[in-house]
Design a protein around this ligand. Structure first.
Ligand SMILES: CC(C)(COP(=O)(O)OP(=O)(O)OC[C@H]1O[C@@H](n2cnc3c(N)ncnc32)[C@H](O)[C@@H]1OP(=O)(O)O)[C@@H](O)C(=O)NCCC(=O)NCCS
Length: 209
């Protein structure tokens, strides 16, 4: 019931936002830029159409119930970018969680199809999620995990202002290390959330994954 109520609210908010795109304190959730890219909320049907984007070996693919949970609980954090012809260019999926000063936005997945890369699309999707965490949910920071070998993504996150907060040993399938990267939001005035840890941690030491 709560889920449906939140979804209902989200749908109303989305319609209102469409009517006033770019104004008010809610960030635009549908954006059509000069290059004909449309960014909008991800919906159930997109799950049947995004396989080509997920073919990338650095893009995690989860089971359907995982995606459905995100859609139901954190619809503000799930956006897709489309080219004319409804071709999916990329998407971002995330959530907000934590207690007290650990209240934070989390990027669970961000991916852009190879043919649409280096056009600042991931940057737009990241900015959208960060704005929602910052302005709507008043979170202290945004974080994410990235494979230690994924240099392009690490470079992108650094360009967007993320720092390596800690290394998580064998985070990926018990093999590759993950980097927990963070960006402080306006509520974290002293930027305490991004003070890097001196030592690596193991996955069982993580408060949230
Ligand atoms: C990482 C990824 C999402 C970047 O998407 P993108 O739309 O090409 O990124 P953007 O165009 O928004 O890049 C923004 C900035 O990040 C940096 N960047 C992006 N890709 C980069 C690369 N391959 N090498 C170096 N820097 C890169 C650049 O500084 C870029 O700004 P610039 O083009 O003005 O120099 C995309 O390469 C991808 O989908 N990779 C596979 C999935 C993945 O690794 N996801 C992250 C998992 S944690």
């Amino acid at each position: 019931m709560i889920i449906f109520w939140r979804n209902g609210l989200a749908a109303v908010a989305n319609i209102l936002t469409l009517a006033v795109t770019g104004s008010g304190d809610r960030p635009a959730t549908r954006e059509s830029s000069g290059d004909m890219t449309t960014i909008r909320r991800f919906c159930c049907n997109d799950l049947l159409r995004f396989a080509s984007v997920n073919l990338d070996h650095l893009t995690e693919t989860f089971n359907m119930s995982f995606y459905m949970t995100y859609l139901a609980r954190w619809p503000d954090y799930f956006h897709v970018a489309e080219a004319p012809g409804n071709h999916i260019m990329g998407y971002i999926m995330g959530k907000v969680e934590g207690q007290g000063e650990s209240w934070h936005g989390h990027v669970t997945a961000v991916t852009v199809a190879p043919e649409y890369r280096r056009q600042r699309l991931a940057k737009k999707l990241m900015n959208l999620l960060e704005n929602i965490s910052d302005k709507i949910d008043k979170a202290y920071f945004v974080d994410l995990f990235v494979r230690a070998s994924n240099t392009p993504a690490i470079k992108m996150y650094e360009k967007l202002g993320y720092v390596i907060y800690r290394r998580v040993l064998r985070y990926y399938s018990g093999e590759e290390d993950g980097l927990d990267m963070r960006k402080a939001l306006s509520r974290d005035v002293e930027k305490k959330s991004i003070n890097p840890l001196k030592h690596p941690v193991t996955p069982d030491e993580l408060e949230y994954d």
